[in-house]
Design a protein. Sequence first.
Length: 122
Amino acid sequence: MSGIPVADDVLDSAVTVLPLNQVAAVLGISSNKVRQMLRDGHLIAVRRKGDLYVPSDFFVKDGVVKGLAGTITVLADSGFSRTEMLRWLFATDDTLPGMTPVNALRTSHGTEVKRRAQAMAF
Protein backbone atom coordinates (compact mmCIF):
# COMPACT_ATOMS: atom_id res chain seq x y z
CA MET A 1 0.00 0.00 0.00
CA SER A 2 2.97 2.27 -0.22
CA GLY A 3 2.58 5.31 -2.39
CA ILE A 4 -1.00 5.90 -1.33
CA PRO A 5 -1.38 9.18 0.53
CA VAL A 6 -3.37 8.71 3.71
CA ALA A 7 -5.00 11.32 5.95
CA ASP A 8 -4.91 11.16 9.71
CA ASP A 9 -8.19 9.80 11.01
CA VAL A 10 -9.80 13.09 12.05
CA LEU A 11 -13.31 11.89 11.23
CA ASP A 12 -16.03 11.84 13.84
CA SER A 13 -16.88 8.29 14.88
CA ALA A 14 -20.37 8.84 13.41
CA VAL A 15 -18.92 9.14 9.89
CA THR A 16 -19.33 5.82 8.11
CA VAL A 17 -16.24 4.58 6.29
CA LEU A 18 -15.82 1.78 3.78
CA PRO A 19 -12.85 -0.55 3.32
CA LEU A 20 -11.30 -0.47 -0.14
CA ASN A 21 -12.95 -3.72 -1.25
CA GLN A 22 -16.38 -2.23 -0.51
CA VAL A 23 -15.44 1.00 -2.32
CA ALA A 24 -14.50 -1.15 -5.32
CA ALA A 25 -17.87 -2.93 -5.15
CA VAL A 26 -19.78 0.36 -4.89
CA LEU A 27 -17.95 1.75 -7.91
CA GLY A 28 -17.93 -1.52 -9.86
CA ILE A 29 -14.15 -1.46 -10.31
CA SER A 30 -11.17 -3.40 -8.96
CA SER A 31 -9.46 -2.61 -5.66
CA ASN A 32 -6.35 -1.72 -7.67
CA LYS A 33 -8.31 1.00 -9.50
CA VAL A 34 -9.52 2.33 -6.15
CA ARG A 35 -5.90 2.51 -4.99
CA GLN A 36 -5.06 4.40 -8.19
CA MET A 37 -7.88 6.86 -7.49
CA LEU A 38 -6.37 7.46 -4.05
CA ARG A 39 -2.90 7.99 -5.54
CA ASP A 40 -4.34 10.35 -8.17
CA GLY A 41 -6.09 12.43 -5.51
CA HIS A 42 -9.66 11.61 -6.55
CA LEU A 43 -10.45 10.19 -3.10
CA ILE A 44 -9.03 10.48 0.41
CA ALA A 45 -8.45 7.51 2.70
CA VAL A 46 -7.76 7.13 6.41
CA ARG A 47 -6.01 4.26 8.13
CA ARG A 48 -7.83 2.44 10.91
CA LYS A 49 -6.35 -0.61 12.60
CA GLY A 50 -3.89 -0.99 9.72
CA ASP A 51 -6.47 -0.94 6.92
CA LEU A 52 -7.47 1.85 4.54
CA TYR A 53 -11.00 3.24 4.62
CA VAL A 54 -12.80 5.90 2.59
CA PRO A 55 -15.76 7.94 3.91
CA SER A 56 -19.03 6.61 2.50
CA ASP A 57 -20.21 10.22 2.05
CA PHE A 58 -17.87 10.39 -0.95
CA PHE A 59 -20.23 8.12 -2.91
CA VAL A 60 -23.70 8.27 -4.42
CA LYS A 61 -25.60 5.46 -6.12
CA ASP A 62 -23.94 6.06 -9.48
CA GLY A 63 -20.34 6.67 -8.35
CA VAL A 64 -18.19 9.28 -6.70
CA VAL A 65 -19.90 12.51 -5.62
CA LYS A 66 -19.75 15.00 -8.48
CA GLY A 67 -17.15 17.69 -7.86
CA LEU A 68 -15.25 15.82 -5.12
CA ALA A 69 -12.11 15.19 -7.18
CA GLY A 70 -12.03 18.81 -8.38
CA THR A 71 -12.48 20.09 -4.84
CA ILE A 72 -9.64 17.86 -3.61
CA THR A 73 -7.45 19.23 -6.42
CA VAL A 74 -8.26 22.85 -5.50
CA LEU A 75 -7.47 22.15 -1.84
CA ALA A 76 -4.20 20.39 -2.78
CA ASP A 77 -3.21 23.34 -4.99
CA SER A 78 -3.90 25.59 -2.00
CA GLY A 79 -1.39 23.64 0.07
CA PHE A 80 -3.81 21.59 2.17
CA SER A 81 -2.61 18.24 3.45
CA ARG A 82 -4.92 15.22 3.07
CA THR A 83 -5.75 15.54 6.78
CA GLU A 84 -6.63 19.23 6.45
CA MET A 85 -8.78 18.44 3.39
CA LEU A 86 -10.71 15.79 5.28
CA ARG A 87 -11.18 18.08 8.27
CA TRP A 88 -12.47 20.89 6.01
CA LEU A 89 -14.78 18.64 3.97
CA PHE A 90 -16.51 17.39 7.13
CA ALA A 91 -16.51 20.65 9.12
CA THR A 92 -19.93 22.10 9.91
CA ASP A 93 -20.64 25.35 8.11
CA ASP A 94 -24.12 26.78 8.75
CA THR A 95 -23.84 29.01 5.67
CA LEU A 96 -23.63 26.05 3.29
CA PRO A 97 -26.63 24.18 1.98
CA GLY A 98 -26.04 20.76 3.50
CA MET A 99 -24.11 22.06 6.53
CA THR A 100 -20.72 20.54 5.54
CA PRO A 101 -18.80 20.93 2.28
CA VAL A 102 -19.10 17.21 1.51
CA ASN A 103 -22.87 17.28 2.03
CA ALA A 104 -23.13 20.43 -0.10
CA LEU A 105 -21.30 18.54 -2.87
CA ARG A 106 -23.75 15.66 -2.44
CA THR A 107 -26.67 18.08 -2.96
CA SER A 108 -25.30 19.59 -6.20
CA HIS A 109 -23.74 22.71 -4.69
CA GLY A 110 -20.26 21.96 -6.00
CA THR A 111 -19.70 25.40 -7.48
CA GLU A 112 -20.16 27.05 -4.08
CA VAL A 113 -17.90 24.51 -2.37
CA LYS A 114 -15.13 24.98 -4.95
CA ARG A 115 -15.48 28.76 -4.74
CA ARG A 116 -14.93 28.60 -0.99
CA ALA A 117 -12.00 26.22 -1.40
CA GLN A 118 -10.40 28.60 -3.91
CA ALA A 119 -10.98 31.60 -1.64
CA MET A 120 -9.09 29.89 1.18
CA ALA A 121 -5.93 29.89 -0.95
CA PHE A 122 -5.65 33.69 -0.70
